[in-house]
Ligand binder design. Structure first.
Ligand SMILES: Nc1nc2c(ncn2[C@@H]2O[C@H](COP(=O)(O)OP(=O)(O)OP(=O)(O)O)[C@@H](O)[C@H]2O)c(=O)[nH]1
Ligand SMILES: [Mg+2]
Length: 298
């Protein structure tokens, strides 16, 4: 007899840049969350949903938890991450195989209070020179908290993700699916379009990136043969505007080309994308702009 169908929520938490969003995209087998080498890429709580014959797993991606939040945006991000821990069936706490850090400890202090099962995922094992190096890290982690399971894995290569899925299934309640089978996220196309622009800004700027960058969709129109999208990249200073545009507009052009390609994949249609860069000092502290960019809505 087949096993009864299971469905539940799994929150993924961890410090910035440990690979939470990459892991979710791989588990959902679709890009639902943007990723970059920069910490604090994810700013909103968002769902990645995967349904198969056995179960529907609703993964909750969260912004990396960071100590010493300064701007209103930082505080909203931390709140989104903390709020995502409530009422879920299982938590996956992600750390990196390179070693335990002080930032991991502050996430641990939140995770410790969870009433539900907690799985420790030791991510990025593809970067390890020798697997024997995992042992001390696993021992160190186990000494800090009694995890329900510890699973070394790689969100990038997919190694051991089947193990993670099998473990998750054990902790999910038997119930019918909560979302339609084909739904992969709770976010709409406008939100995703804005995120795809922000992803390319983060990726193309790397070190010189002004952290205070936001993207707003000005218009989004479905035509017969294409989708017309206009987006504004908000920066906090005049000098940052030049950085985003680049000499001769080259950088902005590249951001546009790459973001458009991703949008066409997402929307399954041709996209005409227009981008503007605008300066609004202190936007990361302006409640009006934060609201218009959909931060803190969760
Ligand atoms: N080698 C390797 N790199 C990884 C792996 N997982 C993620 N990365 C890289 O690590 C960086 C951060 O990944 P993200 O998925 O954006 O990390 P995050 O935890 O969501 O970060 P925030 O949203 O900023 O909290 C990216 O450059 C990823 O390509 C992995 O398993 N192996
Ligand atoms: Mg992320």
């Amino acid at each position: 007899m087949p096993e009864p169908f299971k469905c539940g929520f799994v929150t993924i938490v961890g410090r910035p840049n440990v690979g939470k969003s990459t892991l979710i995209n791989r588990l959902v087998q679709q890009k639902v969350s943007i990723t970059s080498q920069r910490p604090q890429t994810t700013r909103n709580r968002l769902l990645g949903i995967r349904t198969d014959e056995r179960a529907q797993i609703v993964y909750v991606d969260t912004p990396g938890l960071c100590a010493g939040a300064k701007s209103a945006l930082d505080r909203l991000m931390n709140r989104a991450a903390r709020g995502s821990l409530e009422g879920v069936d299982c938590v996956v706490f992600v750390v990196a195989a390179s070693g335990w850090t002080a930032a991991d400890d502050s996430v641990l202090s939140l995770v410790r209070r969870q009433p539900c099962p907690v799985i420790l995922a030791i991510n990025k094992i593809d970067l390890l020179k020798g697997r024997e190096r995992l042992l001390p890290l696993m021992q160190q982690a186990a000494a800090r908290m009694e995890f329900d399971e510890i699973i070394p894995l790689s969100g990038l290569t997919g190694e051991n993700l089947a193990d993670l899925k099998d473990s998750l299934l054990r902790y999910l309640p038997v119930q019918p699916p909560l979302f339609p089978r084909e739904q992969v996220t709770d976010r709409d196309e406008r939100f995703m379009a804005a995120e795809l622009v922000r992803e390319q800004v983060f990726r193309s700027l790397r070190q010189e990136l002004p952290y205070a960058i936001g993207v707003g969709i000005e218009h989004f129109e479905r035509m017969a043969k294409h989708v017309r999208i206009g987006a504004v990249i908000w920066v906090a200073k005049e000098s940052q505007k030049g950085i985003v545009i680049g000499s001769g507009g080259e950088r902005l052009k590249q951001i546009g080309v790459r973001a458009r390609a991703q949008m066409e994949k997402l929307l399954g249609s041709k996209v005409y994308l227009e981008l503007w860069v605008k300066v609004r000092e202190g936007w990361a502290d302006s409640q009006t702009i934060l609201h218009s960019l959909h931060y803190g809505e969760e």
